[in-house]
Write a protein that binds this ligand. Sequence first.
Ligand code: 5GP
Length: 355
Amino acid sequence: MKNGERQMRIESDLKLDYKDVLLKPKRSKLTSRRDVDMEREFKFLNSGKEFKGIPIIASNMDGVGTFSMAKVLQNYKMLTVLRKHYDPEDWDHAVDEGLDLNYVSICTGTNKIWDEDAPDFLTLKVVLEKYPEIPFITIDVANGYHENFVDFVAQMREEFPEQTIIAGNVITAEMTEELILRGADIVKCGIGPGSVCTTRLMTGVGIPQFSGIIECADAAHGVGGQVIADGGCVYPGDLAKAFGAGSDFVMLGGMLAGHEESEVDITDGKMEFYGMSSDRAMEIHGARKDGYRGAEGKDIKIPYKGTVEDTLTEIIGGVRSACTYIGATKIKDMPKCATFVQVLQQENQVFNLFE
Ligand code: 5GP
């Protein structure tokens, strides 16, 4: 190699997705799924605040991060990141209708960097002034590798010292650490695994989610932070694998879409569901001004699945059962109890509950 020439780099260590692994069953003292403690307690590094609940989060997507969804998830002590497009009056109305602010996060992009009057940021300021007890702020962008993004997280840390900050998305150790060191409490991890995401096809960028989570969780825990495994869960067993891989929280989009709580019309038994960077999202909400051109998402029709409670029961049941199989008395112990086996091709023995 000549001086100054860069050698092309190929990392050849194995990177796996949820479908590439299974949890190995182990002798267990647990006699019933009921004995598994599904709640976790955290004290966050930078905000100093605490949270106790089931560490499953509804994504800030249309059809998922709705007030109707939050009002059901709060009964399970699960969090909902509300979609960016609600205005302050919508928040007032939801609070009047019984929204429990302890289990919600408000969300913003980084539009403010380019536009002082970015609507999502203005809404965030107004809503947080009125409801300073909202515990979480989510700063969500498709690509968390921009320098601007990290600076914005640091600014937000200064401006909102009382809130626990969730920031993402990234999927490598060094950026996970950097975000925590610059003020995030929890890093949202996942580039390209989402059910309506086309990033890997459009850009060729991504890291298989299961291996990515192992790396990011390890990095975050090393500096005192937490991670959310965001995207790619299709079955309850995928959540069990994410927790086993070390993720503190799991965020769901597609698994929670298509329900009564989605606030979407039903046509011929189906509901529309689209990626937040899709052309369809841009048609509905207007093009983004945050420096990245979207169209890294698709627009699909999914069967209407009824109320989300039935789906939540299946998800919680699946994770509880996984714990009994591996001998974990609490969800917190899953990484300690989990041994994974790599499978070349997983037989699809599960009938798909979520389609
Ligand atoms: P799912 O649970 O549906 O597999 O993944 C949900 C996650 O996909 C979201 O929380 C978000 O991080 C990601 N996502 C949502 N919409 C889009 C999109 O249009 N493009 C990309 N690249 N990711 C998306």
